[in-house]
Design a protein around this ligand. Sequence first.
Ligand SMILES: [Zn+2]
Length: 292
Amino acid sequence: MKQIIKLMTLAILVSLQSCDKQEIEKDIALNANSPETGVLPNELGNHNTAHNCATVSQFGPNSYWSNTLVNTSETNFLKQQNNNASNLFGISNVPLYFAAGSGTFNALSYGPPNNYIIWGEEMLSGALNYGRSAVAYIVAHEVAHQIQFRQGYPSVRGASNTELEADGFAGYFLRRSYTSNWSDVIPAYNFSQSIAGSNGSSHGTAAQRRSSVRLGWLLANNGTLSNANLDYNFFYYYNSYILPGKLKSSNIEKPKKIDQGLHEFMLTKIKELNDIHSGKISEEEYANLSNN
Ligand SMILES: [Zn+2]
């Protein structure tokens, strides 16, 4: 009897839904590819764990969930980079969701319990205007926020430290996983500058971001680091050597946690990093720095 009632209820529901084709399509639009049933992209802004990486705070009212952004090839490239970054930082592939349509110039990283990233279509096409390395860079920056959310980084508190470290992780990722040519990083860096605005807001100043990306790139020189070591090294060199007035002599004793070979290499780069931060190395000169 119970089964019959269930079947009848189902039949009534199906027939009711069939009456309104538009309603069915709306339901599909609401549910397909959505991280949460029945939510539109612009309704996810309520989550206070969301990390917003662009200048717009939410997705627009006409945005919708999609399984492809731009085209299949670029969507697959984006997914591949996301998985490569997840793999490099030792976590299972971060779930990705895609918001298409107008008002989607954004990428959002959601902390626990969601632990997913939402990419907007306009963000992807904007990055592609600069080149695929710009996509790889933003991907790694967003995955870095997942590492921070889940594993409790940055270990050092300070204004913009979350963003600067994500840039450092992205620079490290590009070197370890994407390219051995520094020149490939420049389109990525230029895109990130274009969306952060001239004063950089929470993402730090242009000089801070430039030195963070380069520092991450250089820290990748001697092999793979654990997330804990990458975090530790990043702030050790950033705070001890890069910040104005902090340039220290090469005789200073190295912390035990830092690899001797890497430290010796980093000491050859301290002046360069210092000059990037101070602006002595111009943006143009920055683009022409050596591969290592
Ligand atoms: Zn960010």
